[in-house]
Every structure is written in structure tokens, then in C-alpha cells.
Design a protein. Structure first.
Lengths: 296, 393
């Protein structure tokens, strides 16, 4: 990928700021990018926008149909902050040569794990036993349902696609597995006996059993990945902290007990916002490198 | 200082997360304050990883206890929605955000505001609503089951036609008596559910009356008669009354009160047992409606006696709007006379006319009596009764 022109732009250059109401750069709303993986994204951001506005913090949002476009826009200075998937964060860091910083994340973005499920009666005891078998995953760009578990498989000595067959479930590619559909299809493939194993996010395992996608007691966990982190708000490192600080402070001050935002927080899947940490992306960085995901 | 002591324990046994364990966990955690610890004993396979994922999703902190292999600890996070309780003791004003929640229930804060415009007790309340409702439910009858349709005799054509004309008038009036409360039900805050319940049965009563009266008109082979413009105009003013108490006064006290006399008259003068029985059943229901109207007016006037003036004005205003209506429609008057006299012979007509005049006197007397029971003085009651629409309802 060609080096994006973000590095030569600075925040103060008016031409790179959206011309909202013809106001000066300093008073422009902070522009947040988000990927529209579901209609509820509009509800969430309309709600957040008004929540921030009532607290004197002007924000606006731009929706993208895929994370690649959002990463490009963020690095090009078209938006100030991107609500990034973990893969979009990794890509932002790669493309900007570590020129980004993470601002905040959800409590539910920390310490996720992915389960490699097999049928209860399968004579499989470890990842090595999947040699020559087939494994169902989510969309090819899903960190949780594809990249991280396949990387764990590779770590265990099985080259995906070579030592075992990989069955992708390409639902909404470009949205980095935000949509649960690909994962659900992977679980269905396991239940239907089409594959020997399936990779699902830990919290989705219970969901799939409760909703009937998987029959209780018919599957077992063959392996679990180490914990990893998920989404974060990403800003370019050169964006002045004074610009993002009111946004982050207001975000961290959001309370699940506040009726005004509780339903929005439920939609976004969190109980509270936390300061971001970037220590939970190592597995994904390794997977991206291992599979040459962003190589031309 | 961080409090690390365990506040509660729970034993999940071998129940897994997908087997209902969250039900037990939520109950245990609900009793804890934020940051307090719950000790969980659990033996289900893979429960540790399941608990960790569940806690992350629910916003709690999770750790494996060092004390034992099957022991875990959960620190309660935020996440309890704030809750208000709509008061059990009936409040004077109902909060729009209580919405459709039953009175006394816990209501999560942040719900939508409902646009119930009648949300003050003084606007809608009446004493003994529960008794009225219980009576109403106990006294429901069925047009198909309780009316002796088989006993309908073959009447002379002129008397049958008179009955049909009376049934036509009754049906259109019952519809008005159905629409007026129905329009208001949707405006009353459900917090005052007793009012809504009584009015809902009232609506059902009127639907049954309309059905039965129409069926009687059709049962004799002649069918429905004519609807007069004067009757429709009179009922329109009733339907368009925007104020709840005024509408209840005009409909339940003045209108249905007058109808009690009419239905009693029909029961006594009916030429056949079917008409007589259905008039009796309808009378029983209408008496309850009048009781509701009177009770509501008594409640309102005991707190705001000055509203008597507004009610008087409403009756007079309605009377002026109906100035073009000279009196009871000839269709109905003639039918009542023929029915009450039993035929078209001069002696029968004279007899019928005398009875109908008696009906008018009785209507006026009972209206005045009812108004006086609500605190109107004799003069006011006489004047109001005289202003009441000539079309009975």
C-alpha cells in the first residue's frame, strides 16, 4: 500500500478539516468515524452526538462502509478520531508507522478469547489433532473468528489451508467480523457436520447455545486463545491532545446508570468506557504478519 | 480502601452458563452494591472461561479464587439501572415516564414519555371504582344467550315498525355512548387504571347494546328505521366535547340518566317479551354507567365546587348549538306513541301520547333529582334539565 499523505498534514491546516458551518478550525466539532455494520450504528452516534453536545463537547460523526476506508480517512486527516476494530488499529499503526494513539475502549473490549469448538464425540484432544481436518471460521478479515485462532493453529504447527482445510464464512467482509453472522455460520457448519471444528468468540459460544444454533452438550472446547483486546478509538499522534481530551473525558464520564445513555451503551455493548491500552493486540499483529494480510 | 471481603456466596453446582447459571448469578449480584464481591462455587465443565466471558459482557470483574479449584470471585460492576417506583398509594399526579407500568411496579429510568394528557387524579377519579368494575364484570350478559329470541311474536306491521324505529334510535345513541369513553380511554394515564377499567367495560356494554338493538330490529322481518338529522346533530356535540368531566357529565349523568327513564318505559310498554327483556338488561348496565358518572362528578365537585358553573355553561352551550333542533324527532316520537298505545286506532294513539308525555315528565323529574344530588340547587337543576337536549342523550 502506498504511503498515505497524512504525515504532511497537520491539524491546523483548514483545508483538511471539514467545512462545517464555516467555523474556524478550533471550534469545529470533533469528527468521529465509525463503520456502519448495522443500522443501530446511526442510533448510537446520533445519541452520543446529542449527549456530548449537552455537555458542551461538539462532535459529529461520519459513517464508513468498511474499515479500510475509515483508516485511510483517519490517516489523511479527514476525520479526527476513528472507532476502530482491532484490525483497523493494527492497520493504522502499520500504515502510519506507529503514528497513531489509542484513546479509549469499552470494558468489554478487554481480554476476549476465541474458542476452537469440536463435536463432543470427536476423537480430538489437541490442536495438533486437527491435521488433515477442516475448520470453520468467520469472515476472512475477522480478528476474533478467523485471524487470531488461525494464527494460534499455525503456532501449534498446522499451516491453515495446507495442513488443515479452512472454510470461511464471508459475511460483510471489510467490516472485520463486527457482524456476528459469519461466526454463526461457522457454528452452524460444525453443528451440521460439514466441518470438524469451528472458531467462535467466547461470549458468542453461550449465545449460540442459548439461541439454538448449537445444541447444548453436543460440542466441547478443543482450545482457547490467550486473551486479546478488541476495539479502540484511534487518533493520529499529531492531533493535539487538547483536541481529543474533552471527548475522552466526556466518554469516560458516561455512566450506565444515566438513563439518557444507558440504552446507547447497551446497543454499543458496554457498561463503561476505559482508557485504551495497546498491550492486547500482539496476537493480531503476529497474525497479520504471519498471513501477510496487508502485503501488496 | 479496596474492600476485598466476600459479601455473598453462591453455589452453581454443575449448572453451566447456557443451562441457566446467569439466572442465579444475576439474583446474587443484584443484592450486592458496586465493587462488592460474590464468591461462586461452580463445577460445570469449562465454567471458568464461561464465567470470565459472561462477567466481561455484564461489566463485572472476575477472578479465580486462590482458596479452591472450583471457587471463583466476581466483583460487582456498575450496571444496575436506576429505578423509580410509581407510588402504590394513588398519587395526585402520574409521571409520564411511568408509562404503561402497573402501579407499584419498579420502572427503569430513561423510558419514553407517554403522552397521556389526563394524568391528574382530580381530572378522572371517582370513589368506589373497584366496586363498579366488579359489578360490571359480574353482570355481563350475552345477546345470544340471555335474550328469549324464540319468544318473539308476530306483531302487527305498524307496531313492529314502531319497535324497529325505536331500536334504530337506541342503536345510534349506544354508538355515541361507546365512542365518547373510547376517545378518552387512550388519554387517561394507566396509573389510574380503575377509571380505565370501568370505562373499558362501559364501552363493551355499549357495543353489546348496539348489537342487541340492531338484532331486535332485524328479528321481526322489517329491519332498521330512519335516522334523523336532529339526533345526529345532538350526538355530534356530545362526541366533540373535549373536556373529560364535562363529557362524563353530559353523557353519563344527563344523557344516560335520561335513558334510564326511556329504557324503563320500554320495558313496561314493550309489545313483546324480547324487547322488554333487552330493555331491562340494558337498563341495568346504564344504571351502572350513571353511577360512574355521578361518582366522578361528586368527586370533582367536592374538590372544585366552582366547576358547577362550567358544567351549567356546557349544557347551555350545547343547547344553543342545537337551537335548530326543535324537539324530539317525529320518527321517534311517533314510534314511541304507536308502541306505547299498541296500534294506530285513535284510542290507542291517545293512550300512547299520554304515556309518552308521562315519560317526558319522568325524565325531567329524575334529571332534576340527580342534579340536586350533585349539589345543584332546585333552580339550577330545573333550568339545566330544561336545557338538556330534546333527543334524550
Amino acid at each position: 500500500m502506498a504511503r498515505p499523505p497524512w504525515a504532511c498534514h497537520s491539524f491546523d491546516e483548514d483545508k483538511h478539516m471539514p467545512s462545517v458551518h464555516g467555523a474556524k478550525a478550533g471550534s469545529l466539532p470533533l469528527l468521529v468515524g465509525a463503520v456502519a455494520y448495522d443500522p443501530k450504528v446511526v442510533t448510537i452516534w446520533e445519541g452520543f452526538k446529542s449527549y456530548f453536545q449537552k455537555r458542551g463537547v461538539e462532535i459529529d460523526y461520519v459513517l464508513y462502509s468498511n474499515y479500510d476506508a475509515q483508516v485511510r480517512a483517519n490517516l489523511a486527516g479527514e476525520i479526527d478520531v476513528a472507532w476502530n476494530s482491532p484490525l483497523a488499529w493494527v492497520k493504522s499503526q502499520l500504515d502510519s508507522k506507529d503514528g497513531c494513539r489509542a484513546l479509549a475502549m469499552r470494558d468489554s473490549d478487554r481480554d476476549l478469547t476465541t474458542r476452537v469448538l469440536v463435536r463432543k464425540d470427536a476423537e480430538l484432544a489437541s490442536l495438533a489433532d486437527l491435521k488433515g481436518k477442516s475448520i470453520a471460521v468467520g469472515a476472512s478479515d475477522s480478528p476474533q473468528a478467523t485471524l487470531i485462532p488461525l494464527s494460534m493453529l499455525a503456532e501449534a504447527g498446522l499451516a491453515p489451508g495446507k495442513d488443515c482445510r479452512v472454510l470461511y464464512h464471508e459475511v460483510m467482509v471489510g467490516k472485520h467480523g463486527d457482524h456476528v453472522g459469519g461466526e454463526r455460520d461457522a457454528a452452524r457448519a460444525l453443528a451440521a457436520g460439514k466441518v470438524d471444528a469451528a472458531c467462535v468468540l467466547d461470549s458468542n459460544y453461550a449465545v449460540f447455545i442459548n439461541e439454538g444454533t448449537l445444541d447444548p452438550g453436543t460440542t466441547k472446547v478443543l482450545a482457547t486463545t490467550p486473551p486479546y483486546d478488541h476495539c479502540n478509538f484511534t487518533a493520529r499522534a499529531d492531533l493535539p491532545e487538547g483536541r481529543t481530551q474533552p471527548f475522552v473525558e466526556t466518554l469516560l464520564g458516561m455512566s450506565f446508570q444515566d438513563p439518557e445513555v444507558r440504552t446507547l451503551m447497551e446497543l454499543e455493548g458496554l457498561k463503561r468506557w476505559l482508557p485504551a491500552r495497546t498491550s492486547g493486540y500482539r496476537q493480531l499483529e503476529l497474525a497479520v504478519k504471519r498471513f501477510g494480510l496487508f502485503e501488496a | 480502601m479496596l474492600d476485598l471481603t466476600t459479601k455473598a456466596q453462591i453455589d452453581l453446582g454443575d449448572v453451566g452458563l447456557h443451562e441457566g447459571a446467569p439466572v442465579l448469578l444475576r439474583r446474587a449480584l443484584a443484592r450486592l452494591a458496586e465493587n462488592e464481591w460474590l464468591e461462586v462455587r461452580a463445577q460445570a465443565p469449562e465454567i471458568e472461561a464461561e464465567l470470565a466471558a459472561w462477567c466481561r459482557k455484564e461489566g463485572h470483574f472476575f477472578e479465580h479464587s486462590h482458596a479452591a479449584r472450583d471457587l471463583y470471585r466476581i466483583q460487582r460492576g456498575r450496571g444496575k439501572p436506576s429505578v423509580t417506583i410509581s407510588q402504590q398509594e394513588i398519587a395526585e399526579v402520574a409521571d409520564p415516564s411511568w408509562g404503561l407500568a402497573p402501579r407499584g411496579a419498579q420502572v427503569e429510568a430513561g423510558g419514553p414519555d407517554f403522552s397521556f394528557t389526563l394524568r391528574e387524579k382530580r381530572e378522572v377519579w371517582a370513589q368506589d371504582l373497584s366496586t363498579l368494575y366488579k359489578q360490571a364484570v359480574a353482570n355481563q350478559w350475552s345477546a345470544a344467550r340471555d335474550i328469549p329470541w324464540d319468544e318473539l311474536p308476530k306483531l302487527s306491521a305498524e307496531v313492529e315498525a314502531a319497535v324497529c324505529q325505536v331500536m334504530t334510535f337506541l342503536t345510534e345513541n349506544e354508538f355515541a355512548a361507546l365512542y365518547v369513553p373510547a376517545r378518552f380511554i387512550a388519554r387517561i394515564h394507566p396509573y389510574y387504571r380503575e377509571v380505565v377499567e370501568v370505562m373499558a367495560v362501559l364501552v363493551a356494554d355499549e357495543a353489546r347494546h348496539a348489537e342487541t338493538f340492531t338484532r331486535r330490529a332485524e328479528a321481526g322481518g322489517i329491519g332498521l328505521g330512519t335516522t334523523a338529522v336532529s339526533g345526529q346533530l345532538s350526538l355530534q356535540t356530545l362526541l366533540e366535547e373535549p373536556d373529560f368531566t364535562t363529557a362524563v357529565f353530559l353523557l353519563c349523568v344527563m344523557g344516560e340518566g335520561t335513558f334510564l327513564s326511556l329504557l324503563k318505559f320500554l320495558e313496561e310498554c314493550a309489545p313483546d317479551p324480547v324487547t322488554s327483556v333487552l330493555a331491562r338488561y340494558a337498563h341495568r348496565d346504564e344504571a351502572r354507567h350513571v353511577a360512574f358518572g355521578t361518582a366522578h362528578l361528586r368527586y370533582v365537585l367536592s374538590r372544585e365546587p366552582e366547576r358547577r358553573g362550567a358544567l351549567t355553561s356546557a349544557v347551555e352551550r350545547r343547547s344553543r348549538m342545537l337551537a335548530s333542533v326543535s324537539g324530539l324527532s317525529p320518527y321517534l316520537y311517533d314510534a314511541l306513541v304507536v308502541m306505547a298505545g299498541g296500534g294506530l286506532a285513535p284510542a290507542q294513539i291517545r293512550q300512547g301520547a299520554r304515556r309518552v308525555a308521562g315519560l317526558h315528565r319522568e325524565m325531567d323529574r329524575s334529571r332534576r333529582e340527580r342534579l340536586q344530588s350533585l349539589g345543584f340547587n332546585t333552580e339550577e337543576a330545573t333550568s339545566l334539565s330544561a336545557f338538556h337536549t330534546k333527543n334524550f342523550m
